[in-house]
Design a protein around this ligand. Structure first.
Ligand code: SAH
Length: 396
């Protein structure tokens, strides 16, 4: 018989609204013994079934919901159904936008908490982030092979959050051929090289696809500063948009080396592209002191906030780089600025950018808003799924 997780009285409300997490404080007791990640039935304090979920005893999020149906088993067929549903949407997008790569599974937003799967051509890159996802690894892999027989699977579950779940970090080939060191993918007419085995996350930041495209529109004749460039997707897009010059800045030399190759691969003018290995915070100050000016600045930093305690510090960090960037812009220049921290609400981020303009002594107009691309959807019952937000500001 399935182990039952009984909620404390009155703690069923969020589940009735189909939010997929059970926090430790909401748990009254576990009836029976469950292994790390095993499936349990979540019941209200009267024993009424609410959801089928994965047990995560070491995490503050004690259970994550797989299904709201009492008659649905969590098995290979379940994952096949979820994958097929997710795939319908991605295939539509891929066809419409001419993509060969996309996020196939975006965790909670695709009804699979703790599961991230990116598709790069015929390689599927898997990240299992929760105890439940890890427990279901065999079923997930079987279902993936059934749905995508033509694809090789590579595991990139080498992510620190797994430790919070009591899991080791894992990485390596699962089935099919090993990914090449640099796999070319297609994004809005650009060819980009992805390092599945050694790159950041699953190899590439697919979520910024639409913002990279938007850059093209602002780039004509511009002198561009591409901060936190990683492998230069924004730089390639700016060059395709006809920029005069683009300087890409990152602390990772490996990323900058790929960025240079990406410019070459697209047969763009390498003499217009520079790659600077430096700390953005320091380089912006040096540029300010040297009187450097730009027409377009892209500010796409890594996640600054892992937990609520870091939020205040992160706000200062965001304000600092955005203020410096605005000071470097010519009048009428454009700042494209992003935050991928889920804990940073869009309104708060907008306020920080507004404060940065005040401190910079510049007037900023918000002219466009960005979010993660549509293959990273936000399910209505889990608004936390919106993590990436951005603005284009005209700075006068
Ligand atoms: N804009 C990129 C994604 C950026 S990810 C794209 O479109 O693909 C964030 C990048 O910031 C990473 O490549 C990381 O190496 C870099 N980074 C982190 N801290 C940095 C710092 N202080 N200065 C410069 N780069 C930094």
């Amino acid at each position: 018989m399935t182990v039952r997780l009984i909620l404390a009285k009155g703690r069923e409300k969020s589940l009735l609204r189909r939010h997929p997490w059970v926090f430790s404080g909401a748990v009254a007791r576990l009836e029976g013994k469950a292994q790390l990640g095993e499936t349990v039935d979540v019941c209200d304090h009267n024993g009424k079934f609410l959801a089928r979920a994965a047990w995560s005893p070491q995490s503050q999020i004690r259970a994550r919901v797989w299904s709201w149906q009492q008659d649905e088993s969590i098995d290979i067929a379940f994952f096949v159904r979820r994958f097929e549903q997710a795939r319908q949407w991605r295939d539509w997008l891929a066809q419409k936008d001419g993509l060969d790569s996309y996020r196939l599974i975006a965790g909670e937003s695709d009804g699979l908490p703790g599961v991230t799967i990116d598709r790069f051509g015929n390689f599927l890159v898997l990240q299992l982030l929760s105890a439940g996802a890890e427990y279901q690894r065999p079923a997930i892999l079987s279902a993936l092979q059934q749905c995508f027989p033509q694809c090789a699977i590579y595991d990139r579950s080498d992510v620190a959050v797994r430790k919070k779940e009591g899991l080791e970090l894992t990485q390596g080939p699962v089935t099919g051929e090993l990914p090449p060191p640099l796999l070319p993918i297609t994004e809005h007419g650009m060819k980009l090289l992805v390092d599945i085995q050694g790159g950041h996350k699953t190899g590439y930041y697919l979520d910024q696809r639409d913002s990279r495209l938007a850059t093209r529109r602002y780039a004509q004749d511009a002198r561009v500063l591409n901060c936190f460039s990683y492998t230069g997707g924004f730089a390639v897009s700016a060059l395709m948009g006809g920029c005069r010059e683009v300087i890409s800045v990152d602390t990772s030399q490996e990323a900058l080396d790929v960025a240079r190759q990406n410019v070459e691969l697209n047969e763009l003018d390498l003499s217009r592209a520079q790659f600077v290995r430096d700390d953005v915070f320091k380089l912006l100050r040096r540029y300010r002191d040297a009187g450097e000016k730009f027409d377009l600045i892209i500010m796409d930093p890594p996640k600054f906030v892992e937990n609520k305690n870091q939020l205040a510090g992160a706000c200062r960090g965001y304000k600092d780089i955005n203020m410096l960037a605005m000071q470097l812009l010519n009048p009428g220049g454009i700042l494209m600025t992003f935050s991928c921290s889920g804990l940073m609400a869009t309104e708060l981020f907008q306020k920080i950018v507004a404060d940065a303009a005040l401190d910079a002594g510049r007037e900023a107009q918000f002219i466009e808003q960005f979010r993660q691309a549509a293959d990273h959807p936000v399910i209505a019952t889990y608004p936390e799924g919106l993590y990436l937000k951005g603005f284009a500001c005209r700075v006068v």
